[in-house]
Design a protein around this ligand. Sequence first.
Ligand code: FE
Length: 193
Amino acid sequence: MDGLLTRRRLLELGLALPLVAAACSGDETEALPPTPACADGDEPTPEQTEGPFFTPDSPERTSLHEPGVEGTELVVAGTVLATDCTPIAGALLDFWHADAAGEYDNEGYRLRGHQFADAQGRYRLETIEPGLYTGRTRHIHVKAQAPDGPVLTTQLYFPGEPGNASDGIFDPALLMRIPESGGAHFDFVLARG
Ligand code: FE
């Protein structure tokens, strides 16, 4: 564990140094580069079951809004990182989830879509909050893959959701963070090919 702690400590110091440098230079207008959080050390994001409702070949889109899709707006954003905490440009993210009534579209592609992370590994999904269905807490399914890497199938969860405690699949390591600025945040950590 010493190695992991040291790595984490170095990441913290890496975050702190630019702030100190900016303060010393007196140039407070200089924008700091975003520092991705990678508190997972060398562990990739945990895998979870695909469930029965995955449909391959989803359309490429970052917004799942379309006529007929109604519910509480939700934006999920974050960064896709490698296990060494470097961003993975062009990582594939394929999302699918239930509608506000807890129903999946198993004939078409409503609330299904894939996208590729940008050059800094960032992604942004515009959708609605998934509804609840029997036996599960609120969740979003996703397949994530670095270019030429293995596919990681997992699910994302909502903090404070009453059903989390009684859901046998729920994993707190897959909780999204809710920033003060709104929306939901999750950073993926993937193995490279
Ligand atoms: Fe599901």
